[in-house]
Design a protein around this ligand. Structure first.
Ligand SMILES: [Zn+2]
Length: 334
């Protein structure tokens, strides 16, 4: 999902603007490579406005204009003191070294100061965070993890990413890579010795290493695993379609849940979250959470595993909701 990430940027809590004067809602923007989704999120968690736009490609000024127009439509508030603050979630990141965007699949964003440029254009406060962090924050604030103090949000989709929220705030360490587990190596040496594993290890990853968690737990990883068994190339959604289970699809599912348990055990061993919330397309596979839970006791360094595991409550909307939640309650008088 991402190769690195940085914490949210933009005017901080001590910004000269009077946050208490902001309207009570926030604006969340999910800025993707093909679409831009904009919501107004009320303090109650209700979405009072929602609209999608196509992401204009090839021109940073055009992208800024589109964002500005989208914000104006969502909140045509003329009084600067009442304007809603903006949170943006994107697959890219903000370089801690330069303050500029990097690693964006919307490549015209790279090397730009999006938060400052947009803030100036729309006269509002803007925060930006990685989309996997937004997912974790959303599920921690009012999603599947809302009753837990330490939430690990793991994305299982085109890529494998993650974020950590503690007491409903993102954890951002000095390297701003908290929760980034997709490019750790799968500890295959710890795989249950009685588990039949006919797949060849040593899968290359685009990051230059081999057997990154992402190479096995992403959608493409599932496609490869199934292809090894059958010679047939299907999408992960087709392989994990419950109505079409065969011996090979079941074997691929068993392998997938086993490797998820193995990979997640390393998260539990290090940060011991209260709950693991899974998002992304593959997290919707029926029975996955239960299958993982049935296996992870083999891998966690503990006499019991009391960790909860659940699918995202807000599904695909978690990213845009988490972007809005980058502005916590105290900033809007809620
Ligand atoms: Zn990798």
């Amino acid at each position: 999902m991402k190769s690195s990430k940085e914490p949210s940027v933009g005017p901080d809590a001590n910004s000269s603007r009077d946050h208490a004067q902001h309207a009570k809602a926030r604006i969340g923007i999910d800025l993707g490579g093909t679409k831009i989704e904009v919501i107004c999120l009320e303090p109650s968690g209700n979405v009072s406005y929602q609209k999608r736009f196509s992401t204009p490609r090839g021109s940073y000024p055009r992208l800024l204009e589109t964002l500005a127009e989208a914000i104006q439509l969502a909140d045509p508030e003329p009084d600067p003191r009442l304007m809603k603050p903006i949170g943006i979630g994107t697959p890219g990141a903000v370089s801690k070294k330069t303050g500029l965007m990097k690693n964006c699949n919307t490549t015209e964003l790279n090397h730009q100061n999006l938060a400052a440029d947009l803030s100036q254009l729309v006269s509002r406060d803007v925060k930006i965070a990685n989309d996997a962090d937004c997912f974790a924050l959303s599920e921690a604030v009012d999603g599947a993890g809302q009753d837990h103090s330490c939430v690990f949000g793991g994305i299982l989709g085109t890529g494998v990413g993650g974020g950590i929220a503690i007491n409903q705030a993102l954890l951002a360490g000095p390297n701003a890579i908290a929760g980034e587990w997709g490019h750790n190596a799968l500890p295959f040496d710890r795989l249950r010795p009685d588990y039949d594993f006919p797949w060849t290890r040593g899968r290359p990853c685009y990051c230059g290493r081999t057997d990154c968690i992402e190479t096995w737990l992403s959608g493409d990883g599932v496609t490869k695993s199934y292809e090894t068994l059958t010679g047939e190339r299907l999408t992960a959604a087709e392989i994990f379609d419950n109505s079409n289970r065969t011996e090979a699809t079941q074997k691929t599912f068993d392998q997938y849940s086993q490797l998820c348990a193995l990979a997640l055990s390393t998260i539990i061993n290090v940060i011991d979250p209260d709950i693991i919330v899974l998002g992304g397309g593959l997290s919707k596979t029926p029975g996955l959470c239960q299958a993982i839970k049935s296996q992870w006791a083999h891998y966690v360094f503990s006499d019991q595993v009391a960790t909860s595991i659940a699918c995202a409550r807000h599904g695909d909307a978690s990213g845009v909701r988490g972007a809005a939640w980058l502005w916590p309650a105290e900033h809007n008088g809620a």
